[in-house]
Design a protein around this ligand. Sequence first.
Ligand code: S0N
Length: 299
Amino acid sequence: YHRIHGEVPTHDVVWRIAFDESGKEFTDIIYEKAVDEGIAKITINRPERRNAFRPQTVKELIRAFNDARDDSSVGVVILTGKGTKAFCSGGDQALRTTDGYADYENFGRLNVLDLQVQIRRLPKPVIAMDACMLVYSSFIMGYAVGGGHVLHMVCDLTIAADNAIFGQTGPKVGSFDAGYGSSIMSRLVGPKKAREMWFLARFYNAAEAEKMGLVNTVVPLENLERETIKWCREILRNSPTAIRVLKSALNAVDDGHAGLQALGGDATLIFYGTEEGNEGKTAYVDRRRPDFSKFPRRP
Ligand code: S0N
């Protein structure tokens, strides 16, 4: 039924529409939060274009991810695409100009690059849910190709439906992602396979993607959301700080100075919660000399 009617069934969760602080409606995405669950779901909503993104889509995705980051009741974010035919088919080729993608104002944009960095730095897991494609987590069904494939790769986890198809089309359509789209792919599948994916621009089914290390698990389409929610709940049972530090640690080497800055920021955040950290601030506010003598110099 679901394969024919093109909807991924929702299980065990009540989704309610969410807004960011602007209160403005979203047109290109659906932003939802699960009642009493700590899960946000962001769905690219352009199924008639196989969920290709235009600058407006990316702008809305950035707003929703910002809100999910700021909402302390959210612990995991799911990224997915509307319907069962595609997670995301990349940039909207009909809007491609000589300087990116243009849908408003008179110049093009490549704002998906900002979105990739945002997902990478978000201190909560995004899961890609791919029925063809979560930022600690992604779930995928249908096609995840081109810039859509890169989006699932920058997510922390990917849960794929058995009908999901993965690949890069860049060299076929005169584009490429020489940033995360190349470096993260090489980390995920290894340098030889990454070259194969980019140079030949072939498509791979979900079983092949799992074997290559591109996705965490493959499940029947009918169970895609149920399985993704199960993964979210397991994550949510664990320490949010441990997960936060682990995410930044896992990205640190690859992200260079920016990666170290995120990990270092986590250390500062934790230090501020200690008596030792507090002594310095309190002494400054009280206009006295700080007394760090009672704090151990651990081996
Ligand atoms: C996904 C495919 C394989 C699905 O095939 P299927 O199921 O046979 O459907 P179609 O009939 O082909 O498509 C249905 C309708 O959807 C439209 N459509 C599909 N994809 C797109 C798209 N990406 N852009 C615009 N329209 C799309 C079809 O035209 C069709 O419409 P109608 O019904 O009106 O005819 C298949 O659709 C496919 O191969 N799609 C194109 C995939 C692709 O090449 N994507 C672009 C790849 N490049 C990028 O993503 C750029 C990378 C990028 O974003 C980036 C990276 C680094 C730096 C900057 C950038 C940047 O450019 O922003």
